[in-house]
Design a protein around this ligand. Structure first.
Ligand SMILES: NC(=O)c1ccc[n+]([C@@H]2O[C@H](COP(=O)([O-])OP(=O)(O)OC[C@H]3O[C@@H](n4cnc5c(N)ncnc54)[C@H](OP(=O)(O)O)[C@@H]3O)[C@@H](O)[C@H]2O)c1
Length: 322
């Protein structure tokens, strides 16, 4: 546990760590996402990464496509990647999206080539976790298993997971794999809650009850797959940030602001706390490029909102609780 005392004058705040099931990874429940770091200079990126480490974040999320590889490159250059700093980090990257071809690609050749490129750009010998970025309908599970086997036995990847997968897609892949899939990265935040909506209004004739993901949240909990919540502050598919948007989300922002006042933290921390309060023990994948916002987010790592507060926020986002 890392004390953030001093940052929060009204009380002690701790960054929470979780054990990723079926691994030896003890991971911060806040992840630094690196999709946007190519907006920064090397100096700025270094400060952001150092701030993350100082706050106790030990988990860093990448993908081969972020900035067409620039984000991974900038990351390793900015911190002058070396064995010492590498050992302080859990590094995850993703593959399987081919913007160059306009398709998804889970072929053995692509997975292996992609990981080789990732390792080169990140200047490291291994990834702690590799995720398949988005389900490829042309996936042949045996082929993926062969690729994973080669990557694992050569020491290039320790653990495997997926992103944006539903339960049946996970089972189909898992069937041929000698390794347990340990992560599913999914979009989740106060203004994007399909994962819980349908369960709350089960069997009702309202849009909210449409089950859009075959109950992926419950599936992951049942199978000890850690969920990582991406785009925690966005609404829709990259339609914008709900925090501070009083025009579109007046009730939500007013509710969050009141709780921020009560806990003596920023509204950003409350938005994070709303996710970490869920008993699935999710990790929150931040996308900010600002040091202060990153620190504010960490303050939400281990705030335990009351049950009533959690529901108040859910309802203020426009959801029904029958
Ligand atoms: N698996 C997938 O399919 C998938 C998809 C998308 C993303 N991801 C991962 O998830 C990470 C996070 O995604 P994201 O960047 O879309 O998430 P996000 O944290 O919800 O959004 C961050 C963006 O919102 C801006 N922002 C403006 N006001 C903000 C506020 N009050 N609080 C927080 N942010 C505010 C940030 O600007 P500033 O930089 O100025 O703070 C930044 O541009 C990515 O880095 C990536 O690692 C995964």
């Amino acid at each position: 546990m890392i004390s953030l005392e001093g940052d929060n004058p009204k009380g002690r705040i701790f960054l929470k760590y979780i054990n990723i099931a079926n691994t030896e990874l003890n991971a911060s429940n806040i992840i630094m996402g690196n999709m946007r770091i190519n907006q920064l200079s090397a100096g700025e990126a270094e400060k952001l990464i150092r701030t993350a480490l100082d706050e106790g974040i030990n988990y860093f999320d990448h993908a081969d496509i972020y900035g067409k590889g620039q984000c991974e490159e900038l990351f390793s250059e900015a911190i002058q990647m070396n064995p010492d700093i590498r050992e302080k980090m859990i590094i995850q990257s993703k593959c399987g999206i081919r913007p160059d071809l306009g398709c998804f690609d889970f072929s053995e050749e692509h997975i292996i080539n992609s990981v080789n490129g990732i390792l080169k750009r990140l200047k490291t010998d291994y990834l702690d976790v590799l995720l398949l970025h988005r389900p490829d309908p042309l996936m042949e599970p045996e082929e993926v298993a062969t690729a994973f086997e080669k990557l694992h036995t050569s020491g290039k990847v320790k653990y495997f997971g997926v992103s944006n997968f539903n339960p049946a897609q996970i089972e189909l892949l898992q069937k041929t794999l000698p390794y347990k899939l340990v992560i599913n990265q999914l979009q989740f935040g106060i203004a994007h809650t399909p994962m819980i909506d349908s369960g709350i209004t089960l069997n009702m004739k309202v849009d909210q009850s449409i089950n859009r993901d075959s109950s992926i949240l419950e599936y992951c909990r049942l199978h000890d797959i850690t969920i990582q919540a991406w785009s925690p502050f966005q609404h829709g598919f990259f339609e914008g940030v709900f925090l501070g948007d009083y025009e579109k989300f007046p009730e939500l922002n007013n509710t969050i602001d009141k709780m921020a006042e009560k806990y003596g933290v920023t509204s950003t921390a409350i938005a994070v706390a709303w996710i970490t309060r869920h008993p699935a023990n999710m990790q929150v994948v931040l996308g900010t490029t600002k040091q202060q916002r990153l620190k504010d987010s960490c303050q939400g790592s281990d705030i335990r909102l009351t049950r009533q507060e959690w529901y108040q926020i859910y309802k203020a986002a426009g959801n029904m609780v029958p």
